[in-house]
Design a protein around this ligand. Structure first.
Ligand code: NAD
Ligand code: ZN
Length: 355
């Protein structure tokens, strides 16, 4: 259960779509106007299934397939969703359903937040990243003129329904990218969970359904606990940015050609090294973190960039206010702190570590 000041909702984790219909009924979808939005990859696998499930509980049903990829996460695509909503005469009682990864979820959430000042939406996330991260917490939005997620709104869903078996069709690289955020959850919030991830890396890589269910459950608990405490990111929610300060800079410098989770992995190594330099973790813990990241085929370093280039780019983050750099550091494994007092020399040293 996620409890935020604006809305309480359930995250349901299942290995199939069997309980989807009942959950939709429980949140009030029956006989309502519903439009399913999905992308042109996900539609091939799961759209028919979801439409069938919905057609038993409402006749006012439509769908729209949008082009996949971050490049289409923009106001142009939002326009086409609004047009569809007008065509279907949707209103504030209607439901949008996001069937897909974080790109679909962020856009559908934004369309739902803004259409007639807000209607209902449901997340059916189909990537590992969206199941443990983007579908929970109500951050919605699009990219604009090269700025990621710069236009957006907080808007909580009515339900998050995770079918872990959808991961069977997800490209391996995308599964690894999701693991970047999952390792982050262990590192910032739960040592025992980090150990679980380390111990079970082989089974996770094989998408063993029992282990996957535990993994997704534990990550969802961590994310929803944090979001429930701090919906609008005034405090503790910022700890979810561990690895993201340097990660985002790398992501932008590589022109978004690396996956977000890969950049977060590199950023986490750098932030972990910084924590080591400040005697907050020891060498064994640092090595453990790198080993864990590598066990999911995620990178721990990059080349072809200069330390100063990365350092300067840190200040171009939309979250950097008044040139004050907030960096999340580990204090051991499973706890962390937000710091804004780290000297440039130390940060450069931590950047050099990943080059
Ligand atoms: P994505 O939505 O682009 O999905 C990745 C790729 O996998 C796409 O090509 C998609 O078509 C395909 N795909 C999705 N599910 C599939 C499946 N089951 N089988 C086969 N192919 C499938 O990317 P993502 O990693 O899920 O999400 C990234 C986005 O999430 C970014 O835009 C990021 O900004 C956003 N995000 C948002 C939040 C938040 O709190 N709202 C948090 C983290 C990330
Ligand atoms: Zn992230």
């Amino acid at each position: 259960k996620v409890n935020t000041t604006s809305n309480d909702y359930n995250i349901v984790i299942s290995s199939n779509f069997e309980s989807l219909q009942q959950n939709l009924i429980d949140v009030g979808v029956e006989n309502k106007k519903v439009c399913v939005i999905t992308d042109d990859n996900v539609s091939k696998y799961y759209l028919d299934n979801v439409i069938n499930i919905l057609s038993d509980i409402t006749s006012k049903l439509s769908y729209k397939v949008i082009p996949h990829g971050e490049i289409n996460k923009n106001l142009g695509t939002i326009n086409t969703i609004y047009q569809k909503m007008i065509e279907e005469k949707m209103d504030r009682d209607s439901y949008l359903i996001a069937l897909g990864g974080g790109v679909t979820g962020d856009m559908v959430g934004f369309a739902s937040a803004t259409f007639m000042r807000g209607n209902n939406f449901i997340q059916i996330p189909t990537t590992l990243l969206s199941q443990v991260d983007s579908s929970i917490g109500g951050k919605t939005g699009v990219d604009f003129e090269g700025y990621k997620n710069i236009i957006g709104s907080f808007h909580q869903p009515e339900l998050v329904y995770i079918n872990t078996s959808t991961l069977s069709t997800l490209p391996k690289k995308e599964v690894s990218a999701g693991m970047g955020e999952i390792i982050k959850h262990g590192l910032i919030a739960d040592k025992d969970y980090f150990d679980f991830i380390k111990t079970n890396s082989t089974l996770i890589n094989q998408l063993d359904s029992d282990v996957l269910e535990d993994l997704i459950y534990r990550s969802c608990v961590i994310k929803s606990d944090i979001v429930s405490q701090d919906e609008k990111e005034k405090g503790i929610r910022a700890t979810l940015n561990f690895g993201h300060t340097i990660g985002h800079a790398v992501e932008r410098l590589f022109d978004f050609k690396l996956l977000h989770g890969e950049c977060v992995a590199i950023g986490m190594v750098s932030a972990a090294y910084l924590s080591f330099l400040l005697n907050q973790i020891d060498n064994k813990q640092l090595e453990d973190i790198k080993k864990c990241i590598r066990s999911f085929d995620l990178p721990t370093e990059i080349n072809t960039l200069e330390p100063e280039t990365i350092y300067n780019e840190l200040f171009h983050d939309k979250k950097t206010k008044n040139d004050i750099l907030n960096i999340i550091l580990l204090k051991g494994i499973g706890t962390c702190e937000i710091r804004n007092d780290i000297e440039k020399e130390r940060i450069i040293e931590a950047i050099k570590y990943i080059l």
